[in-house]
Design a protein around this ligand. Structure first.
Ligand SMILES: Nc1ncnc2c1ncn2[C@@H]1O[C@H](COP(=O)(O)OP(=O)(O)O)[C@@H](O)[C@H]1O
Ligand SMILES: N[C@@H](CCOP(=O)(O)O)C(=O)O
Length: 304
């Protein structure tokens, strides 16, 4: 029972893949989906910030569907609530907005249904829904998460502290993840798959040893998805060259795109923001730090 409580759920955005870590590596970002949840006679979702315009406000809302599914799977009935959503995560731009919504739905069910879900449970549930753990994992844990999702199990390894900043270039157009997955090949030749996984393994080792110049080098050598998606994001090549020239470690498509992630030293981020704003004036350019906490809940007591 919710009783006389209300609570706030804060879920970070995430950047998946980091280049060659396709479907298995992701990082939490300091952009947030925030839900104010309070008891109500019927379920309502209110999209209270401009970039959530068009998001369903009834029972066809993704967050509602996830919360109900999680509760139903555990034979629990949730009391109705009013959910007021604000967000600075742009939709369908490769910053994991759908994963943040899924994690928010899992948390609503967890709190309202008193399900006592662990972080591991939440990542498992979210990965089953998304099909891969590279967005839901960081959204739950914060930091960087490396994972392998399989129908029987989801394995994850977490890096809490991230010693790098990002500059994010966000084009004005949407690229739905389902569309960007449809341009990928059905198969990869054996030799190419071996090479692609060697690049990915090196990325992960470099992340664990804080070797950011190596991270930057190998993140640009992905063979799993960027070669097939780069033609969908015409800004990628120009941003990559400019970022390299200004001393950034490296760039990659963020998730399925169209946003572009540049890894930089924190004291060099603003300079890069400034030069990229001039280079791609039609895009939004943001200095975004890593989020190291993951999803969190604030409980508020209500005077009656
Ligand atoms: N707060 C939200 N509430 C409900 N649905 C959401 C919310 N945020 C995102 N979504 C859904 O997720 C879609 C975007 O998902 P996707 O194409 O995977 O892009 P990305 O996850 O990279 O932003 C949106 O068009 C919307 O349908
Ligand atoms: N590994 C997935 C990640 C999709 O992330 P999103 O933020 O674009 O939804 C993929 O590359 O398809």
């Amino acid at each position: 029972m919710l009783g006389n409580r209300r609570f706030t759920i804060i879920v970070p955005a995430s950047s998946a893949n980091l280049g060659p870590g396709f479907d298995s590596v992701g990082m939490a970002l300091s952009c947030y989906l925030t839900l104010e949840v309070e008891e109500c006679s019927e379920w309502r979702f209110i999209a209270a910030s401009p970039n959530l315009e068009g998001i369903p406000e009834g029972k066809d809302n993704l967050i509602y569907e996830v919360a109900q599914q999680v509760a139903a799977d555990r034979n629990v009935t949730l009391p109705p609530v009013k959910v007021t959503m604000t967000s600075n995560i742009p939709l369908a731009r490769g910053l994991g907005s759908s994963a943040s919504a899924i994690v928010a739905g899992i948390e609503i069910a967890n709190v309202l249904g008193d399900l006592q879900l662990t972080k591991k449970d939440k990542v498992r549930i979210g990965s089953v829904m998304e099909g891969h753990p590279d967005n839901v994992g960081p959204a739950v844990y914060g930091g960087i998460l490396i994972g392998y999702h399989h129908e029987d199990e989801t394995y994850t390894v977490h890096i809490k502290d991230v010693e790098v900043d990002t500059v994010m270039v966000i084009p004005p157009y949407e690229l739905k993840t389902t569309y960007a997955r449809n341009v990928l090949p059905e198969q990869l030749a054996y030799k190419r798959a071996v090479e692609a996984s060697a690049v990915s393994n090196t990325l992960v080792a470099a992340l664990f040893t804080n070797n950011w110049s190596l991270v930057g080098e190998v993140m640009e050598k992905d063979l799993f998805h960027e070669p097939y998606r780069s033609s969908l994001v015409k800004e990628l090549a120009v941003v990559r060259n400019a970022a390299k020239e200004s001393g950034a470690f490296g760039t990659a498509l963020s998730g399925a795109g169209p946003s572009i992630l540049c890894f930089v030293k924190s004291n060099e981020a603003e300079k890069l923001v400034h030069s990229l704003k001039a280079l791609v004036p039609h895009c939004e350019v943001r200095h975004v730090k890593a989020d190291t906490e993951g999803v969190r809940i604030k409980h508020h007591s209500v005077m009656r």
